[in-house]
Design a protein around this ligand. Structure first.
Ligand SMILES: NC(=O)c1ccc[n+]([C@@H]2O[C@H](COP(=O)([O-])OP(=O)(O)OC[C@H]3O[C@@H](n4cnc5c(N)ncnc54)[C@H](OP(=O)(O)O)[C@@H]3O)[C@@H](O)[C@H]2O)c1
Length: 257
């Protein structure tokens, strides 16, 4: 999809991958709205993007809180215009150190599902209708390899990301033909606060820089119309689809933007 001049809402935009993606999309000319709970960290990232000449806004809210969802959707559209790109990046691991399912409280599982699954579901539901009316939009969900591997002690997080993957497939099937696409991307292991909280002994040199991963996500967003809606991608393995030369005399595809 075109990025320049488009409006993007990124949850979890105050640090790590979300902040890097906000910077990268603003450099490509998007109007970005970043959401996180911590207003100070958010204001610092917004200030940095603006200092580079980017168009950025911050909105402090909790994607796991039902009552915040319509505030986020309304504020984002008011600040940046109708949202073309919605990135579900905010996420929680639940209590750390991570624990086995036998030691996991139901309330902790519920809190992880609120942030990692219900938040994205509610926010997509709040914004997808407007995208359908405009005939265009991309919902990009950030998942993890914990959604497809049964790692001990990653239970609550892994379950939430597996459900998010399936949510993306079903949204995609139900929105097929409307111009609204849904993609789910595993960013791979990155040097971020979340990784440090989950695996404090990991060697940072073995982890990707979130800025590098953000540039891959930008390439995926640019190519979104050539990727089947509902696809789950791995950012580290992804290569841009080859553009097929159009047959002579073929009609121009009537894209919706
Ligand atoms: N890091 C990795 O190695 C790795 C690997 C695979 C997948 N991922 C996925 O990549 C995404 C980004 O992760 P990251 O490593 O960049 O995480 P991070 O550095 O911990 O950043 C998380 C961001 O989400 C925000 N956030 C957390 N809970 C929130 C809530 N309830 N409401 C609103 N904002 C919230 C945080 O700000 P506040 O705390 O101020 O709210 C922060 O801006 C996540 O979806 C994660 O699951 C990461």
């Amino acid at each position: 999809m075109q990025i320049e001049g488009r409006s993007a809402l990124i949850t979890g935009g105050s640090r790590g991958l979300g902040a890097a993606l906000g910077r990268a999309l603003a450099r490509e000319g998007a109007r970005v709205v970043l959401v996180a709970r911590g207003g100070e960290e958010l204001a610092r990232v917004v200030g940095e993007i603006r200092a580079e000449g980017g168009d950025a806004h911050g909105f402090a809210a909790d994607v796991g809180a039902k009552e915040d969802i319509h505030r986020i959707a309304g504020a984002a559209s008011a600040l940046a215009g109708p949202i073309d790109l919605l990135v579900h990046n905010a996420s929680t691991l639940g209590p750390t150190p991570l624990r086995l399912l036998l030691d996991t409280e139901c309330e902790d599982l519920g809190q992880v599902l609120d942030v990692n699954l219900l938040g994205p579901f509610r926010l997509t539901r709040a914004l997808a209708g407007g995208m359908v009316l405009r005939g265009r939009g991309l919902v990009l969900q950030v998942t993890s390899d914990a959604s497809v591997n049964g790692y001990p002690a990653w239970g609550a997080y892994g379950v939430s990301k597996a459900a998010l993957d399936q949510l993306g497939r079903i949204w995609a099937a139900e929105l097929e033909g409307t111009g609204v696409r849904v993609l789910t991307v595993d960013p791979g292991e990155m040097r971020t606060a979340m990784h440090a909280a989950a695996m404090p002994d990991a060697d940072p040199a073995t982890l990707a820089d979130p800025a590098v991963v953000a540039r891959r996500l930008v390439a995926i967003i640019r190519a979104a119309e050539a990727i089947p809606t509902g696809t789950r991608l791995e950012a580290s393995n992804w290569t841009p689809p080859r553009w097929q030369p159009m047959a002579v005399g073929a009609a121009f595809p009537r894209g919706r933007g």
